[in-house]
Design a protein around this ligand. Structure first.
Ligand code: NAP
Length: 401
């Protein structure tokens, strides 16, 4: 059983098991089974915790949109603002959250474009939209959350935020699940891979699946779900290191380096024709894959990262293969599957706990101001696995601020 002390969860020690052979008899107190309490969990923790709990910061940082880039994200695309902490008050049904980790996502490039999309554009001067993990440090009247609860939510790129209960998810942390999983396998990436493969790709055992952006967050999970479904999985990623990792650690049939001059010939040689193409990158790779379709192939248009910074995205030339091969090319947005998240999360949780889904994070240290600097890594391929920023270790404040 995973055990979380009331005090320890506020400290960097986080989740831990009771000492072997002992059972918990109260906060920080343990006893041999059936015996009297005689061991206390590090005695200094309550004192230290109390001291930390009473140290409220006078201000906090938030990252706002400063200007809209025409192409690549620029150093002045975002700016840091410092706001007084006293502004943050949890109202009815609200809490104040301290952000511990932020997710960096390719979709952020879309959020700062002033165009019609599935979410409204972030406005100049607004806090940048971002999903994160955090801990409740103040609970308002009527809130169902408690100080110390671990939560996930989209409060944006800020160290602290006031959020409504209904916009937060309290994290369940059974054995084998870590808070960070909620930004990856149990977050948008896992859900996207699950519904993309299952509903749009309709992948069946024995079929050939090709995944692009395969060493990234969604791609890595799509490869593993594809393998679990009994498909032959081929991965596309940039560079020999990522390809080696995909073959050796993720266990794909073959990983193909799209930066290699022999890439197109390699696809022909190793894949031949495919049944499902899970596309994260768009552009020339998608166009080429349209020439490699089996009859009734399905193309899952998950993302098109190669085109996100383009002033004018490249069009497709080989689309007539869709007709001759009776193939389907379909886009989707994961949020449309919200009603079915429980189904997906049950499968993804099972995969994590059994070890059939491996997780990989690219963790950026240094606090919230590293987020805008790290974001372009997604477009240069600097990350392997899920790109996240550590904003803070654990709460430094508690209730009654
Ligand atoms: P990610 O794959 O972890 O990171 C992006 C990766 O894309 C980079 O690591 C890089 O890897 C690759 N890349 C960058 N530029 C490229 C280019 N010009 N050509 C080919 N590959 C390039 O990001 P993620 O969060 O998992 O997202 C993957 C895709 O899923 C994105 O397109 C995203 O927009 C999409 N997505 C869609 C939904 C939805 O609801 N439809 C939801 C979530 C995410 P290399 O080193 O291999 O180049």
């Amino acid at each position: 059983m995973n055990y979380l002390c009331d005090f320890c969860k506020l400290l960097p020690l986080g989740n831990h098991q009771p000492p072997t052979g002992l059972q918990e008899t109260g906060n920080h107190a343990y006893a041999p089974e059936g015996g009297e309490a005689k061991y206390t969990h590090f005695f200094f923790l309550p004192t230290l915790s109390f001291l930390l709990c009473t140290m409220a910061p006078s201000s906090y940082k938030r990252i706002v949109l400063n200007s809209r880039p025409v192409a690549d994200i620029e150093p002045d695309t975002f700016r840091t603002e410092v706001a007084p902490f006293s502004q943050l008050k949890a109202g009815e049904g609200q809490v104040v959250v301290q952000c511990t980790y932020l997710s960096l996502d390719p979709a952020m490039r879309g959020y700062i474009r002033d165009v019609r999309s599935y979410l409204p554009p972030v406005q100049i001067g607004e806090v940048m939209r971002a999903a994160g993990l955090g801990v409740v440090v103040q609970a308002g009247p009527g809130s169902k959350l408690k100080v110390g609860d671990y939560v996930s939510g989209a409060w944006g790129m800020q160290e602290y935020a006031v959020a409504k209960d209904k916009h937060l998810e309290k994290l369940e942390l059974p054995a084998g699940i870590e808070p960070l999983d909620y930004l990856n396998v149990l977050g948008s990436s896992g859900l996207t891979a699950y519904f993309g493969l299952k509903d749009i790709g309709q992948l069946k055992a024995g079929e050939k699946l090709v995944v692009s952006g395969a060493a990234g967050s969604v791609g890595t999970i799509a490869c593993q779900l594809g393998k679990a479904a009994g498909a032959k999985v081929y991965a596309i990623a940039g560079g020999p290191e990522k390809c080696k990792w995909l073959e050796q650690e993720i266990g794909v049939e073959k990983a193909l380096d799209y930066k290699s001059p022999s890439f197109f010939a390699d696809v022909k040689k190793h894949v031949g024709y495919l049944d499902v193409y899970f596309d994260n990158v768009g552009g020339d790779i998608l166009d080429f894959m349209l020439t490699r379709l089996n009859k009734d192939a399905r193309i899952v248009l998950c993302g098109a990262i190669s085109q996100y910074n383009a002033v004018k995205p490249n069009g497709l030339k080989a689309y007539m293969n869709l007709i001759s091969q009776r193939a389907t090319l379909r886009g989707f947005i994961v949020m449309d599957y919200e009603d079915r998240y429980p189904e997906a999360l049950a499968a993804l949780r099972k995969g994590l706990v059994s070890g059939s889904i491996k997780r990989k994070f690219h963790l950026v240290e240094g606090g919230i101001e590293e987020a805008p600097k790290a974001l372009p890594m997604l477009f240069s391929g600097g990350n392997t696995g899920k790109l996240v920023v550590r904003v803070s270790n654990e709460p430094s404040v508690r209730a009654k601020l």
